[in-house]
Design a protein around this ligand. Structure first.
Ligand code: PLP
Length: 381
């Protein structure tokens, strides 16, 4: 099966009880047993339920591996991965990370004696130099949030395996439609299904996909033991969103390309970052490992932070909000919103300036989006 077909069919069977085409939302916490341990495959909804099982099979198929696990949020999925570590272990991460991931590392896990260090994801030598004898994991975000740095997945995974460590890839920005990290050697893929997979800004969820059975068994144990699992309605919404993932991603990417080109040629725009622009430092790497370039565009206007603030309150279609990946266009101010949990000196080092604006380009008619940006640039002068 090819991708769009898998997105609709993989892991989903008509309901055995009723023939319902969509996997039903079973609002039940527990399942009857005829004798202790004798049941139809489900015991208790923290451990498993049919809607989650269908979603997990579907996600695994899209990433091209055997095992999927669904969570209550992207961060719950990430937290479960970190449970694989022991005190004294070290993690290398690409340095331009989702703010919540950084917070989870530094404010939650560091106090249990796990060490984290950060290196430029575009520079394989810098990543290599960050490895220590106790490094157990490389955490890769590509394209990164919000600067859209592109890490060479094959080289990064090879280097990780040479150290006997696990390569974890946050594939939220690309989705498996654009990029399948297991083809380049990844061990674990992380998703915030809140974003493109759900796709409609109506559900919070997360997922892990795993190649190796032993790693899967450990993660499955922690998923059940820690319990940050999604309910059936959340799983239903993500599963429904995924059915149109291929269609949506094509339009998202097409709209983002038009917008990036428009901004790149606008005299009042100081910088534009989009991996699809030939001027982007990771453009060639992105071409090699992605089908298209995604739909996040970041920019800075001439006029600094005051201009940026005026711009953010001048748009009519782009809504100022956290999150990304929904059908509607959103924008955010990373320094005070998504990346506020990163200390200002760290943000400056990475390049997240106070004037930076992140656009999540939706699937509206692109002419309407371009007109909105044009008037907001003008009205923010
Ligand atoms: C949103 C996001 C997360 C966190 O996911 P939640 O569903 O909000 O918990 C992790 N990584 C990236 C790249 C994200 O954009």
């Amino acid at each position: 099966m090819r991708f769009a077909t898998k997105a609709i069919h993989a892991g989903v069977e008509p309901d055995p009880a009723t023939g319902a085409i969509m996997t039903p939302v079973y609002l039940t916490s527990t399942y009857a047993q005829t004798a202790p341990g004798q049941h139809k495959g489900y015991e208790y909804s923290r451990s498993d339920h049919p809607t989650r099982a269908a979603l997990e099979r579907n996600l695994a198929a899209l990433e091209g591996v055997d095992y999927g696990l669904a969570f209550a949020s992207g961060l719950a999925a990430e937290n479960t991965v970190l449970n694989l570590l022991q005190p004294g272990d070290h993690v290398v991460a690409t340095r331009d990370l989702y703010g919540g991931t950084y917070r989870l590392f530094e404010r939650v896990w560091a106090k249990y004696g796990i060490e984290f260090s950060y290196a430029d994801g575009e520079d394989i030598d810098a990543l290599r130099q960050a490895f220590r004898p106790n490094t157990r994991m490389l955490w890769i975000e590509t394209p990164s949030n919000p600067l859209l740095a592109i890490t060479d997945l094959r080289a990064a995974c090879e280097l990780t395996h040479a150290h006997g460590a696990l390569a974890v890839v946050d594939n939220t920005f690309a989705t498996p439609y654009l990029q399948r990290p297991f083809e380049f050697g990844a061990d674990i893929v992380v998703h915030s299904t809140t974003k493109y997979l759900g796709g409609h800004s109506d559900v919070v969820g997360g997922a892990l996909c795993v190649r190796d059975r032993a790693v899967y068994e450990q993660l499955k144990f922690y998923q059940n033991a820690v319990g940050a699992v999604p309910g059936p309605l959340s799983c239903f919404l993500v599963l429904r969103g995924i059915k149109t993932l291929a269609l949506r991603m094509r339009q998202h990417c097409e709209n983002a390309r038009r917008i990036a080109e428009y901004l790149a040629n606008h005299p009042e725009v100081k910088t534009v970052r989009y991996p699809g622009l030939p001027s982007h430092p990771g453009h060639e790497r992105a071409r090699q490992q992605m089908l298209d370039f995604g739909a996040i565009v970041t920019m800075e206007l001439h006029g600094g932070v005051e201009r940026a603030m005026r711009f953010l309150s001048s748009t009519r279609l782009f809504t100022l909000a956290e999150s990304l990946g929904g059908v509607e266009s959103l924008m955010c101010h990373p320094a005070t919103m998504t990346h506020a949990s990163i200390p200002p000196e760290e943000r400056a080092k990475i390049g997240i300036t106070d004037a930076l604006i992140r656009l999540s380009v939706g699937v509206e008619d692109v002419e309407d989006l371009l007109e909105d940006l044009a008037q907001a640039i003008k009205n923010s002068r």
